[in-house]
Design a protein around this ligand. Structure first.
Ligand SMILES: NC(=O)c1ccc[n+]([C@@H]2O[C@H](COP(=O)([O-])OP(=O)(O)OC[C@H]3O[C@@H](n4cnc5c(N)ncnc54)[C@H](OP(=O)(O)O)[C@@H]3O)[C@@H](O)[C@H]2O)c1
Length: 268
């Protein structure tokens, strides 16, 4: 592990779209060899191809992060292709947005399997590889500001993000002897497929679910910086953590425009 990303190898799970894609592209810009990932080889390849076209190094590997054998194969792909695994970003995530009374056992389990178990497998497998290499490493677990506070309709999502944050602390302590840092990145609202769905739709007064009438304007007013975060800003924070030029482990880096710092309900 060097103090920049030049020559390091990074896996970014769930990098076909959204935050993961932005992180993968940023890492490649900073000189990392990147393994992109998705449940679809074609979608992961789309990101890898864009990176290569921009002059970076990337290969794609299909894997479902909720399957341990898939995650092991993903780590092996990084080692086979680039010779090491230095940075693991456990970013793949999903949500089921329903009132708690309507969440089925399958809904609950699916979100846990992808978000929490996927992060556990990714950390476990990457940590083992990094320990074997003996060169340290950086594990970054993508949480959310909803790992610290609640919001209606996201019981499984909020539970997994809270779980990811304490898993991060536990693994930071456990993997410190291998100089493997484990940190979490907890973004606020960024417009992606996962978070963007309602923004283009008309919000009507009788629309009680799943957004309880929250509009883009409500979110901007609730955010001290007065706007959504950008994909580039998430990429920048991830790159800082990944470069390892810090004394941070077991930390949750919030990049939420001040949302969690704000004790009042709304600026407006
Ligand atoms: N957007 C936000 O405002 C926001 C805020 C805070 C935190 N986050 C977190 O950021 C992460 C990314 O979210 P996003 O907004 O970028 O969502 P997104 O655009 O829906 O992207 C989710 C990514 O995860 C992949 N994925 C889903 N299930 C997977 C699985 N089982 N195995 C492997 N890959 C899987 C998807 O790829 P395929 O569908 O191609 O498999 C896709 O690349 C999530 O952990 C989310 O909780 C997002």
């Amino acid at each position: 592990m060097s103090q920049s990303l030049e020559g390091d190898t990074a896996i970014v799970t769930g990098s076909s779209t959204g935050l993961g894609r932005a992180i993968a592209e940023k890492f490649a810009d900073e000189g990392a060899n990147v393994v992109t990932n998705s449940r679809s080889q074609d979608r992961a390849e789309d990101t890898a191809e864009a990176i290569r076209e921009a002059g970076g190094n990337a290969v794609a590997a299909e894997a479902d992060v909720s399957e341990k054998a898939d995650v092991e194969a993903l780590a092996q792909a990084a080692v086979d292709e680039f010779g090491s695994l230095d940075v693991m970003v456990n970013n793949a995530g999903t949500t089921v947005e329903k009132h708690v009374f309507d969440q089925t056992p399958e809904d609950w389990q699916r979100v846990l399997d992808v978000n929490l178990t996927g992060t556990f497998y990714g950390s476990q497998v990457a940590g083992e590889q990094m320990a074997e290499q003996g060169t340290g490493g950086q594990i970054i677990n993508v949480s959310s500001m909803f790992g610290s506070v609640g919001v209606q309709g996201r019981a499984p999502y909020n539970a997994t993000k809270g779980g990811i944050e304490n898993l991060t602390r536990c693994l930071a302590v456990e993997l410190a002897e291998y100089d493997v840092h484990v940190n979490a990145l907890a973004p606020g609202y960024v417009k992606t497929d996962l978070a963007e769905a309602p923004w283009g739709e008309e919000i009507t007064e009788d629309r009680e679910w799943p957004y309880y009438g929250y509009t883009e304007e409500h979110i901007e007013n609730r955010t001290p910086l007065g706007r959504f975060g950008t994909l580039a800003e998430v990429g920048n924070c991830a790159a800082f953590l990944a470069a390892g030029d810090h004394y941070m482990t077991g930390e949750v880096m919030h990049n939420d425009g001040g949302w969690l710092a704000f004790g009042w309900g709304s600026k407006a």
